[in-house]
Design a protein around this ligand. Structure first.
Ligand code: HEM
Length: 424
């Protein structure tokens, strides 16, 4: 999956159709496997030959114009595909579980104020200092298991100190986010065990936050200036404060390490780009461009799920116009859109001059990422601190293989550090 040049040969559609004629489940499995191993070639073929790919189980949308159409028409393409599971875990409505309700607009606006974009310089420094401490600790070993010894603890540290949500301890908060997010984003078949553990974890999280808010209220005068304290001083009702606070680590603790893993792997797979990036590391603005362009070659979220609420002509007025019937499970692919040559020049080239609106890592439209400002700096600064260390390198499998939970979220990524042959 990490290969720089994925096979560009076609033939996926023929193989899919053959499999479908034999066994629909096998065809579904084939598409899932391709998504892991050869998504770029698969999407290149779909964009060319079947840009709106209708299957009996779902419809995949691959062109930039159509992906942004789906994501900006929340009244047609809703988050009901997963939203109700998030609401169930949190015991009440949350913005990513609802479309265009008054609560949704009000709370997203308010949370954008709470996550003040002017905080980014401090958040960047915070993430960088946590990353450096962790890298110092790993240094004598000559290697680092980047997911649990660097990326997740950075995200959890930012949750603790910027959001004001340390959790009872890092391990517990980490377990809660994994359980809820796995159910929300990877449990499309509705496995009841996964769902139960999500509801359990969400309940524990909400209970913890209620207690923490009560403790804050008891000593309201000397609150730190973190997001929790800002919310506690706002006029948002306590039950809504708690649900919105819970959403912060849910949005962050899985996504940020996931993006870091993919960006680092893609950079390490390109030694010339890596050398340029490390040479540019003194200039974060330039360095960050390497991170985001690297991530384009393997974005964490390749598909965003939506449910079509009413019959809709997608790409109306173009030759690919397609009626999407109500009830269709739609998968919009920002990963594919970012390679659409109609919009993105030379999509297969690694270029540093890509404008921000060609990058869809943080979604688009009504549900575009709430945490985009802090997330951008945390991801880029953590990668920068890592790559500032000498000798960061991929290790051969099995040691260096990226392991993932639920097929998406990285769980293990061992990197070499320092002089080769020094690792213990
Ligand atoms: C400070 C860190 C983060 C926070 C607090 C956060 C929070 C959120 C929230 C609350 C939403 C839902 C917004 C809504 O429904 O209106 C959201 C959406 C999203 N976030 Fe983030 N997020 C963070 C980091 C990230 C990262 C690192 C990525 C990936 C690189 C990411 C990718 C996305 C995407 C793709 C969506 C759209 C989901 C969809 O449309 O289905 N987020 N985020």
């Amino acid at each position: 999956m990490g290969a720089v040049d994925q096979a560009t040969t076609g033939g996926h559609l023929e193989r899919y159709e053959e499999a479908l004629a034999r066994d629909p489940l096998a065809a579904f499995g084939l598409v899932r496997e391709w998504m892991r191993t050869e998504w770029r070639a698969l999407f290149a073929e779909l964009r060319e030959r079947r840009p709106i790919f209708v299957t009996p189980a779902f419809t995949v949308v691959t062109r930039y114009a159509d992906v942004t159409e789906v994501l900006s028409r929340e009244e047609v393409f809703s988050v009901r595909a997963f939203g109700p599971r998030l609401d169930a875990a949190l015991g009440g409505p949350f913005m990513l579980g609802r479309d265009a309700t008054a609560m949704n607009w009000r709370e997203k606006g308010l949370m954008q104020v709470m996550l003040d974009p002017r905080d980014v310089a401090d958040v960047r420094e915070l993430a960088g200092s946590i990353a450096d401490e962790l890298l110092d600790a790993a240094w004598p070993d000559g290697r680092v298991e980047a997911v649990h010894a660097l990326f997740r603890p950075v995200a959890l540290g930012v949750c603790a100190r910027y959001f004001g949500f340390p959790g009872p301890d890092q391990q517990t908060l980490s377990r809660w986010t994994r359980a809820v997010v796995t159910d929300g984003f990877a449990n499309f078949l509705g496995d009841p065990d996964i769902q139960a553990s999500s509801v359990q974890a969400g309940g524990e999280m909400i209970g913890y936050l209620r207690d923490r808010l009560a403790a804050y209220r008891a000593g309201l005068d000397d609150l730190p200036d973190d997001v929790f304290a800002r919310l506690a001083r706002s006029d948002l009702p306590d039950d809504r404060i708690v649900i919105n606070m819970a959403g912060l680590p849910l949005g962050f603790v899985e996504s940020a390490p996931g993006a870091m893993v993919e960006a680092v792997e893609q950079l390490l797979l390109r030694p010339e780009r890596l050398a340029e990036a490390t040479a540019a590391a003194g200039d974060p603005e330039l360095f960050d461009r390497y991170v985001w362009e690297a991530l384009r070659f393997n974005p964490l979220f390749k598909l965003l799920p939506r449910l079509c609420e009413r019959d809709h002509v997608l790409a109306a007025g173009t030759p690919r116009a397609t009626v999407i019937p109500a009830g269709t499970f739609v998968l919009a692919s920002p990963a594919s859109a970012m390679f659409d040559a109609d919009v993105v020049p030379e999509p297969d080239a690694f270029r540093l001059d890509r404008p921000g609106h060609h990058q869809l890592f943080f979604g688009y439209g009504h549900h575009a990422c709430l945490g985009v400002h802090p997330a951008r700096v945390v991801v880029a600064e953590t990668v920068r601190r890592l790559l500032l260390r000498p000798g960061v390198r991929l290790l051969p499998p099995p040691e260096g293989r990226i392991e993932r939970a639920a097929g998406i979220f990285p769980d293990r990524f061992v990197l070499g550090l320092g002089a080769e042959g020094q690792e213990s």
